[in-house]
Design a binder for this molecule. Structure first.
Ligand code: TRP
Length: 444
């Protein structure tokens, strides 16, 4: 077997993992759900959710990847090998890996279509937004009702993703992340400075950081928990896969904390960019999913240097989406490379094409499953059910089936911190996740 690739440096791994985590979820979804749920109190719950749900699962996934050096299916098989707890049940653990690979295929198929929207808006930004509110808001409606345009951008996006994954871990994923992540952070800072100088940031700051608990309800808490999980790309083996390319001298706990921190920081920054613009123009923070593709372009048309700002903004979204998309394809490809002995080239092309074709269905809103478009259907099935369930299996396998001694040796935590961590992983995280899942399937 050929030698498994490794990251060339620690920073390469951190940027790739952060690249996967930082996506449309941070820049598009986080600001809009914060807006819908009334700001500060929601942000606080979200931060707690990152600590109690996100971070433990991140540590579990990177641990499973790093110690086995395998794809999610192989990794779950290996990691439970020496388990003496419910041995028969432990043998079923690779199911978690299969679920991850399947989620990867489904998510990338529609994520690529949405990422394509960012390219379309980037293209529109170069032409500049102008005209009445109806005209500008019409761009999104026009895009959404013209499958050929969506398919065109989806095609371009999948080609870029495939080309990066063909190049492998160091020359592909790591290099792409090392270029795009610093640019992303640079753009975000520039936009934030712009926002601060153009007013509204005091109000935005208050909105995001002053908790008004009267606005908090169970639904907001469930959203926060679900999002904490989604935003860190957990529950389908991305961090297992990326962890499997780690060399021995890297600390799992420190890396997980750093990646979670970068992801959270970028989500908060995105809020600090978007809300001031929204407030200073007297718009509603709670306008929902269309906040980015409809509300913001109307503003870009009005403000000075709006076209530069909008180019930067959609470039930012595009980078964020692309680094997440490559991680999705990597998980799927490396499973076929490891377990089915395919070459990287064969795997990338066959799976890239398959996912591309599946994605075409999401680009045609007329095709429906039940009452939903394929895009909404896949989005719901994966993010509401498959990912949380995958995450639940991961944390249960990690906390109950792997000998604690092995975990403690690897994580190198002091006794008190280690046992508190184990308690969180065994009790707190699974309970919260089960609560979220039961809520989503309408059980509670
Ligand atoms: N974390 C990504 C975001 O914030 C979305 C995401 C969820 C994801 N699960 C994933 C990306 C798995 C890649 C792999 O937008």
């Amino acid at each position: 077997m050929s030698q498994r690739e490794v990251w060339s440096s620690k920073i390469g791994f951190i940027l790739a993992a952060a690249g996967s985590a930082v996506g449309l979820g941070n820049i598009w979804k986080f600001p809009y759900i914060t807006g819908v749920h009334g700001g500060g109190a929601f942000v606080l719950v979200y931060l707690i959710a990152i600590l109690l749900v996100g971070l433990p699962i991140m540590i579990a996934e990177i641990y499973i990847g790093k110690t086995t050096q395998k794809n999610p299916v192989g990794a779950f098989k290996d990691v439970t090998k020496n388990s003496n707890f419910l041995t028969k049940l432990a043998k079923l653990s690779p199911i978690a890996g299969f679920l991850g690979v399947l989620s990867g295929i489904l998510i990338l198929s529609f994520y690529s279509v949405v990422a394509g929207w960012t390219l379309h808006f980037l293209f529109l930004s170069f032409k500049g937004f102008s005209g009445s509110k109806e005209v500008i808001e019409g761009h999104f409606n026009h895009l959404y009702s013209t499958p050929s345009i969506m398919i065109l951008w989806h095609t371009i996006l999948m080609i870029i993703v495939v080309l990066i994954i063909l190049k492998g871990v160091q020359k592909g994923i790591e290099k792409a992340s090392k270029i795009m992540m610093p640019l992303l952070i640079f753009i975000l800072f520039t936009l934030m400075i712009y926002s601060i100088f153009n007013g509204g940031s005091g109000e935005a700051f208050r909105f995001m950081f002053y908790p008004d608990f009267s606005k908090l309800n169970a639904e907001a808490i469930i959203q926060a928990l679900g999002h904490a999980f989604f935003t860190l790309s957990l529950g389908m083996g991305v961090m297992i896969t990326y962890g499997s390319y780690l060399k021995n001298d890297i600390s799992i706990v420190k890396s997980s904390v750093l990646v979670s921190f970068i992801d959270t920081f970028i989500a908060l920054l995105a809020g600090m960019v978007i809300f001031p613009i929204v407030f200073s123009s007297g718009l509603e923070a709670s306008s929902g999913p269309s906040l980015i593709f409809k509300t913001l372009p109307t503003l870009f048309a009005k403000i000075t240097s709006g076209s530069i700002i909008s180019i930067m903004f959609f470039l930012l979204l595009f980078f964020a989406a692309l680094t997440s998309a490559i991680s999705l394809l990597e998980v799927v490809v490396v499973y076929f490379v490891d377990e089915r002995k395919w070459s990287r080239k064969k795997g990338t092309i066959i799976l890239g094409v398959t996912i591309y074709l599946l994605g075409v269905l999401s680009a045609i809103p007329k095709i429906t499953i039940g009452k939903e478009s394929v895009l909404d259907f896949l989005d719901n099935v994966t993010t509401k059910y498959m990912l949380p369930f995958g995450g639940l299996l991961t944390i249960l396998i990690f906390a109950y089936f792997i000998p604690l001694k092995s975990i403690r040796e690897e994580l190198k935590l002091s006794k008190f911190i280690f046992y508190s961590f184990v308690w969180i992983c065994r009790v707190v995280t699974p309970t919260l996740l089960i609560w979220v899942i039961l809520n989503k399937i309408g059980f509670i």
